[in-house]
Design a protein. Structure first.
Length: 274
């Protein structure tokens, strides 16, 4: 009999800026993030059967699973050197898993589809190039749902929780602070205030209180300064929804990180026991 895979935790990561792993000056500035991403690989042990990335860079009218066998690349950043628009992260896709994801969502009463044309955006390929540089682990993305409804994204995470017992690593990829107009010293106070609130909410609140606070995240200190649009916050909701009643732990935290923001990443759930 095949031994069942250990249950994997889920993660929300602050994924960094643009194609940072391929730019020495950015890689140096984001060395703590790189170390944290490599730490995730180390702490979960054996490579997962697949990675499901929920990136803040893809949204659709309904939750949509990437279904290409060989996904292409989307260079969704601006002003970087020419070579960063030729990068390749040739991880295989996971069409069968895309079907499984759609079925789980539909089974929970959540409208869902598939897309065979969507490629990897930098919210996926940049962190995964650090985590699994050989690109040997199958990867697919799930879109956000347009409208940014927090409850809907938490519900999607709940529906996808069974994947954790099937060897799938659920990775919410966004940023705990994402205001591209605010950098340097001006970003220090608001980014720290919102980050402090997230730590209290995720790690210092019981499951019911945590849920209530997240549903009303706009009331948090500096909430709309931290997230003028919540596209980079909603991946957290999916990752947490898949581990809703489980403990959160910080896996990455920096104050005044590049470009002057306080940012954090979290693990939800216990580490796997072989």
């Amino acid at each position: 009999m095949t031994r069942p895979a250990p249950r994997l935790p889920t993660y929300f990561i602050s994924h960094g800026g643009g194609p940072w792993p391929w730019l020495p000056e950015m890689r140096e500035a984001m060395a703590p993030l790189a170390a944290a991403l490599q730490g995730i690989v180390h702490e979960i042990g054996a490579p997962p059967a697949a990675v499901l990335s929920i990136s803040g860079h893809w949204e659709a009218p309904r939750f949509t699973a990437m279904a290409a066998a060989k996904p292409g690349m989307i260079y969704d950043y601006h002003g970087f050197p020419a070579h960063t628009y030729r990068l390749q992260y040739p991880a295989p896709g996971a069409p069968a898993l895309a079907q499984r994801i759609q079925s789980l969502l539909l089974g929970a009463g959540i409208d869902a589809g598939q897309d065979t044309t969507q490629g990897y955006d930098h919210g996926t390929f940049a962190p995964l190039a650090v985590m699994y540089p050989q690109a040997g682990v199958p990867v697919l993305q799930l879109s956000l749902k347009q409208g940014y409804d927090v409850a809907a994204h938490l519900a999607a995470g709940r529906a996808l929780a069974p994947l954790r017992d099937e060897g799938v690593l659920i990775l919410g990829s966004g940023l705990s602070f994402h205001n591209l107009r605010l950098r340097g010293a001006a970003a220090h106070a608001p980014s720290k205030a919102f980050d402090d609130w997230l730590h209290t909410t995720l790690e210092g609140s019981g499951p019911d209180a945590r849920l209530a606070r997240l549903l009303h995240w706009e009331t948090a200190p500096s909430a709309r300064i931290a997230h003028p649009r919540e596209d980079h916050l909603l991946p957290l909701m999916v990752a947490l929804g898949a581990a809703e009643d489980e403990v959160a732990a910080t896996v990455h935290h920096e104050e005044d990180a590049w470009p002057g923001w306080t940012v954090s990443s979290w693990r939800f759930g216990a580490l796997p026991v072989a």
